[in-house]
Design a protein around this ligand. Structure first.
Ligand code: T3D
Length: 262
């Protein structure tokens, strides 16, 4: 199992957990954290990783405060486009392409690119005291790290535009009302709630869950006919999985299914 300087990484009984571990910086994305995250996600992308679900959370009072502004500094010579392409897009793409479901447990502020990571998850659970912040405009940047793709799809153009242009905190309860998160729980209950849910996914039918993940991503861009074709193609794969055979047998035998992730 790989070990990292800036995040805790664990896989237990099929559940992988990534915990950002720079609490004194609200888990801001330093160069090291971005490269650790990329390596951890690449490991999870291997078919032999043993992971069947991923939980992402942060240590301390932040989930992730976005780019590490102290480390990067700013000057007119700096090419932030290249910085995004070289150091953000690889881990964002790896995360998007994972074949296992992803849950984020948002324990505190999720700002800038940190918010992008949080809302990239398939299921987002937030602590009551957590909040979401499109921080970019406050430092005169445009939203990045996939924000302009994901956020309007989750909350609609009107709310996404306002969040991006106003740069104001969106509290967890309002995020729930807007459909940005799946659930909000008491702070003390966050990790247990998110872990229980992620464990359920980790013992679920992985091939089908991977198919659902891909279909949901495709659904945002496909027309109806293309989506019907995508469903047929994913169902072909799911229908041939050992878990599907087990699921149907279990139903007929009136017992709980024992999915193995194959
Ligand atoms: O390649 C590129 O870099 C381009 C990519 C850009 C992607 C982005 O994510 S841009 C957006 C970057 N993020 C931000 O602009 C957020 C900056 N942080 C804040 O606005 C505030 O810290 C928060 C609203 C998130 C939280 O406020 P508060 O009052 O709860 O905490 P704080 O006191 O501001 O922060 C606590 C410490 O964390 C503090 O350090 P100190 O004073 O105790 O030594 C603060 O400096 C540090 N910190 C917080 N956010 C960052 C950070 N250090 C570095 N980078 C940060 N983003």
């Amino acid at each position: 199992m790989p070990e990292f300087d800036t995040l805790d990484f664990d896989i237990t009984e099929g559940l992988a957990t990534i915990t950002f571990n720079r609490p004194d910086r609200l888990n801001a994305l330093s160069g090291q954290l971005k490269s650790d995250l990329l390596e951890a996600l690449r490991f999870l992308g291997r078919p032999d990783s043993g992971a069947r679900a991923l939980l992402i959370t942060g240590k301390g009072r932040g989930f992730c405060a976005g780019a590490d502004l102290a480390e990067s500094g700013m000057s007119e010579d700096r090419d932030l486009g290249a910085s995004l392409t070289d150091t953000y897009h690889p881990f964002l793409t790896e995360l998007a392409n994972l074949k296992i479901p992803v849950v984020s447990a948002v324990n505190g502020v999720a700002a800038g690119a940190g918010m992008s990571i949080a809302i990239s998850a398939d299921i987002v659970i937030a602590a009551k005291s957590a909040y979401f912040l499109q921080a970019f405009v406050n430092i005169a940047l445009v939203p990045d790290a996939g924000s302009t793709y994901i956020l309007p799809r989750l909350v609609g153009l009107s709310r996404a535009r306002a969040m991006m242009m106003l740069g104001e905190k969106l509290p967890a309860d309002k995020a729930l009302e807007w459909g940005l998160v799946y659930d909000v729980v008491e702070d003390e209950a966050l990790l247990e709630t998110a872990t229980t849910l992620a464990k359920k996914l980790a013992s679920g039918p992985t091939v089908a869950l991977s198919g659902i993940r891909q279909l949901m991503a495709q659904s945002m861009n496909n027309d109806y006919q293309a989506q019907l074709a995508a469903e047929a193609s994913a169902q072909r794969v799911a229908g041939r999985s050992a878990d599907c055979i087990e699921g149907v047998m279990a139903f007929l035998q009136k017992r709980p299914a024992d999915f193995k992730g194959q």
